[in-house]
Design a protein around this ligand. Structure first.
Ligand SMILES: [Zn+2]
Length: 66
């Protein structure tokens, strides 16, 4: 077995693990049976709506208020 001894120092830069305050509000609408609700990447979840339009407006409202 040819072993190649690479001389690469494990370059580990100082990783900034600072939690970002501004979470990406990536909203999506999830259909669940007859209902659908809005979901956001920040963990927010909208109430179950009968119409997807409502769920979407919920998402819009969520993004608008935050
Ligand atoms: Zn959000």
């Amino acid at each position: 077995m040819a072993f190649r001894s690479g001389t690469g120092p494990a370059a580990q830069g100082p990783e900034a693990t600072a939690a970002q305050d501004e979470a990406a509000h990536d909203t999506t609408t999830v259909e669940h049976g007859a209902f659908s609700h809005a979901r956001c990447g920040c963990g927010w979840r909208g109430p179950a709506r009968r119409s997807r339009d409502r769920a979407r407006s919920d998402a819009t409202a969520h993004r608008g208020t935050v």
